[in-house]
Design a protein around this ligand. Structure first.
Ligand code: ZN
Length: 249
C-alpha cells in the first residue's frame, strides 16, 4: 500500500493546497495527518476542512488542543500563544468542533503504520533526543510490536531514524529524497512540516511511503509563501510568523 503523510499544517492554506496537489500526482491508498492542523497561520477553517475531507485518518497536535482550549497556553511562547488565540477567535464553531473531535495519538492505522504527533508515548514531547528515540522504540516493542513505520511530527524537522533489529542502535538515515527501506528494520519517520518548515528549507514538506516496494520519499513543494506572509500581516498576527516562513525557521 502507498500512503501520503502530512503534518504541522498550521493554518497555512497555500502550503496545504500545494502539498495536496503534489499528492494528486501519486497513486495513494490513504492520506494520513499527524496533527497541528491549526495554530500560527491565517486560515484555520479552510485548512481544517481540506485536511479532514482529504485525510483517511488524523491525530491531534498540541496546537490543535491549545486552539480549542484542551491545553493551557502557558506552555506556549508569546508568539505561539498569540497565534493560537487568533486561530481560536477566527475559527468557526464547526471547525472548533472538528478539531476537538480529533483523536489522541498514537493511532494504529494498520499496514504496520502508527501515527503520532510527538512521541508515541506523549503527543506533546519532541522526538529529537536519544532518550526519546530509545523510549519510542521500546514502546513499539511492548505495545505495537507489529509496527514498522512510526510517523511523528511536532518538531517540523524531517528525519528518518532506523533500527535494524530489536537490540540494535538506532541510527539517523540520510536518505535524500528517496530512501530504500530495509525489510527487517523499524523506522521512526518525521515527514517535516507542511505549513511551517524549520529545517532551513522553506518549501512545504511531506512524505510518501510505499510499504510494498519498501520505498519512502520526502518531498518538498514550492508554494506561494509571499501570499501566506501577506495574509499573516493583514490578519494582525505576529510578524515573526510571516518572516520565519521565508527562512524555513
Ligand atoms: Zn506544529
Amino acid at each position: 500500500m502507498t500512503c501520503a503523510v502530512i503534518s504541522d499544517i498550521h493554518s497555512n492554506l497555500e502550503a496545504l493546497e500545494a502539498v495536496l496537489a503534489a499528492i494528486d500526482g501519486f497513486t495513494v491508498d490513504a492520506v494520513y495527518c499527524l496533527g497541528d492542523i491549526v495554530g500560527y497561520g491565517p486560515n484555520p477553517n479552510e485548512c481544517t476542512k481540506a485536511v479532514l475531507e482529504r485525510c483517511t485518518a488524523a491525530v491531534r497536535g498540541n496546537h490543535d488542543k491549545a486552539v480549542v482550549g484542551l491545553l493551557s497556553l502557558e506552555w506556549f511562547n508569546p508568539v505561539a500563544a498569540d497565534g493560537a488565540l487568533w486561530n481560536r477567535k477566527n475559527a468557526s464553531e464547526e471547525t472548533l468542533a472538528r478539531i476537538r473531535a480529533l483523536p489522541q495519538g498514537p493511532l494504529d492505522v494498520g499496514d504496520g503504520i502508527l501515527l503520532s504527533h510527538g512521541t508515541p508515548m506523549d503527543e506533546d514531547r519532541y522526538l529529537i533526543d536519544l532518550p526519546a528515540i530509545q523510549e519510542s522504540f521500546a514502546m513499539l516493542d511492548d505495545t505495537f510490536p507489529h509496527v514498522r513505520f512510526c510517523f511523528n511530527g511536532h518538531s517540523h524537522y524531517p528525519i528518518i531514524i532506523r533500527r535494524r533489529a530489536k537490540k540494535a542502535r538506532p541510527e539517523v538515515v540520510k536518505g535524500g529524497e528517496r530512501l530504500r527501506l530495509e525489510p527487517g528494520a523499524t523506522y521512526l519517520i518525521n515527514p517535516g512540516s507542511v505549513g511551517q518548515p524549520r529545517d532551513g528549507n522553506p518549501h512545504a514538506s511531506f512524505g510518501i511511503l510505499d510499504t510494498s516496494r519498501l520505498v519512502y520519499r520526502n518531498i518538498r513543494v514550492v508554494y506561494r509563501i509571499q501570499e501566506t506572509q501577506r495574509k499573516i500581516i493583514d490578519a494582525g498576527l505576529p510578524k515573526e510568523l510571516a518572516w520565519r516562513l521565508g527562512d524555513g525557521r
